[in-house]
Design a protein around this ligand. Structure first.
Ligand code: Z5A
Length: 226
């Protein structure tokens, strides 16, 4: 990570992350936001975690297959961190430094919620990994999509059909409720960066809420900086 630094100032792109539990609608909303921004003339990169770069996509395959779980919570967290390191260095920082916006489906808040709150990996371990993988990179805006767990799991199940649940979809309801609480806590602790969005309505309605947040938080900021 060390040699890849984040440029500062108005020439840098904006970094927007989407977070939330299973089936909250992140992939749907990130695409809708990308369409909207592109119509506004914004140059952007749409990416995801785990994954988003060739090296990180290999790690994605490993963790979602359940391989990491066999190694224990700390080692599984290291796999996510290794994927993030590659992704940040090869995709996110270069794009931001060239002035592109980066929209990322999940980022470090997922590690805090899944591995920290639910996996019980200690905060100092997470902080150390965060320092190594992302340094002082922080999203400019994090949209946390919030739905009751039953709705999220139902959506994820309907999308999957007869397929097998992945590593995290297979966890029990208590785990998913704990995740939702963890995301609420993250939103409450960092209100300057995070916006909690009620994602139970139709995709179009939720997209309008997302757009309102982006316009309010980032377009005003870009206008003020230029
Ligand atoms: N993970 C981790 O543990 N630690 C980390 O640091 C990171 C990740 C970065 C990645 O899975 C897993 O890795 C993830 C956390 C963990 N856990 N799991 N599983 P993934 O990338 O394969 O999937 P995901 O990120 O969990 O996505 P998702 O929750 O499965 O779905 P979503 O992106 O939030 O929702 P969607 O695909 O947009 O929508 C789901 C379905 O609902 C789909 O059929 C839509 O058409 C439908 N949908 C969407 N919006 C609506 C509305 N508004 N109404 C009705 N239906 C809707």
């Amino acid at each position: 990570m060390a040699e890849a630094a984040l440029k500062r100032g108005p020439g840098r792109g904006r970094f927007v992350t989407f977070e939330g539990g299973e089936g909250a609608g992140k992939s749907t909303q990130i695409k809708m936001l990308a369409d909207h921004l592109q119509k506004e003339g914004v140059r952007l990169v749409l990416t995801r975690e785990p994954g988003g770069s060739p090296g990180a996509e290999i790690m994605r395959h490993l963790v979602l297959s359940g391989m990491g779980k066999l190694l224990g919570p700390e080692a599984e967290t290291l796999l996510f961190a290794a994927a993030r390191d590659d992704h940040v260095r090869n995709v996110i920082l270069p794009a931001l430094n060239q002035g592109s916006w980066v929209l990322c489906d999940r980022f470090f808040d997922s590690t805090r919620a899944y591995q920290g709150s639910q996996g019980k990996v200690a905060p100092d371990v997470l902080n150390a990994m965060q320092r190594v993988t992302i340094g002082d990179l922080k999203p400019d805006l994090t949209l946390i999509l919030d739905v009751p767990v039953e709705i999220g799991l139902q959506r994820a199940g309907a999308r999957r059909g007869a397929g097998t649940p992945d590593r995290f979809e297979g966890e029990d309801i208590k785990f998913h409720k704990g995740l939702r609480d963890a995301f609420h806590k993250i939103a409450a602790e960092d209100p300057r960066r995070c916006v909690l969005i009620d994602a139970t309505a139709s995709a179009e309605t939720v997209s309008q809420l997302v757009w309102n947040a982006v316009r309010e938080r980032l377009f005003t900021e870009v206008a003020a900086a230029s």
